[in-house]
Design a protein around this ligand. Sequence first.
Ligand SMILES: [Zn+2]
Length: 458
Amino acid sequence: MKFHVFVFVGVVHFLPLNSGKAVYGNGISQRTFQEIKEEIARYGDVAKAIINLAVYGKARNRSYERLALLVDTVGPRLSGSKSLEKAIQIMHQNLQEDGLENVHLEPVKIPHWERGEESAVMLEPRIHKMAVLGLGSSIGTPPEGITAEVLVVTSFDELQRRAPEARGKIVVYNQPYTNYSRAVQYRVQGAVEAAKVGALASLIRSVASFSIYSPHTGIQEYQDGVPKIPTACITVEDAEMMSRMASRGSRIVIQLKMGAKNYPDADSFNTVAEIIGSKYPEQVVLVSGHLDSWDVGQGAMDDGGGAFISWEALSLIKDLGLRPKRTLRLVLWTAEEQGGIGALQYYQLHKANISNYSLVMESDLGTFLPSGLQFTGSDKARAIVEEVMCLLEPINVTQVFRAGEGTDINFWIQAGVPAQSIRTLIGLSVPASLDNEEPVYLMTCINISPSITPMETP
Ligand SMILES: [Zn+2]
């Protein structure tokens, strides 16, 4: 599966550069769509060369092995940790040794939170040691913990209706998993809403479509003027069980202990490398993934895989001796998990040149077997992307879906820059923007409307 992913990224990013016109910005073209389509088709041999190198050639398995070495060596890469900074230094060296151009680090101040020891034990109606993970940025409990009765709710609305019952309790959110974007609100805002009605702490059902008794952490946010209370996630199984117990009228008591601490912001970096464009070096096609991860895994999938296939895209092109007309820029973001901190700073630093950004891409939805691209941009830009994707027919990954996305590229998307992200057949969660997506479709190589002429900037 991974081979397909690598090829996919390489081709997708190379070919728009060689279409000779910016998808966006200052490259207003008078060429007809038919002319552009014909030019893209001429890159069939180049696409095959990239595919062959990645799938059958010396680059086969390379990205997987590079990633495995990093995650085995460094392990998890939490924002503010020494291991994240070690990973950044290793990647800086890797990119230089790979022969990429303009390899450099851009400084960023990032949050530094540490989990510490944590536990949650149900004391009533029976003793039960629960799996628990504190949420990022949560404060800790006093050393003796917080022992309190539980109020189980399934929604913020129910919490409001039962507000008088919440005072002095631990609020447990057993929100149903309808989709990620709705369920994740309980992780992000659960503590604030519980604190507003006088709760001592809050626990959320992990934001996941299925569970094998595994809590799933992520960032949460406090609000100015609202007391900060400790907050953590528990498993789907335990949230469901407490919901059943409560519906029977059982009194539930939990002791929650969390050693979490927030420290002053730490020094970190976005890691950048390029293949400088031959004809329009000032114009940028950006490929990216984030190097940071949570602390309770290896960060191999979220988002080591995305970071490394983005690197691989440049490696493949360099190995073949190709040079795109526009600059192909790799950015490995820092502190994505804390809310796109590195990416926000990058945007603020570089947005003055936004007209030079032809396309931004992030891979942060898993690196499984790809089914296509998610794309955000004008219909005319989409038509070009669909033509480019036709070149991936040899690996049967040609679909173009709606809604290119990524926390780190959202700043650019909001500002109108076309964006792409990989869509895979197997994902850890359904991306938020796919929830109400129109039916999956592909404008195939044979049914593009010839009436889309001439090209215009979106
Ligand atoms: Zn991620």
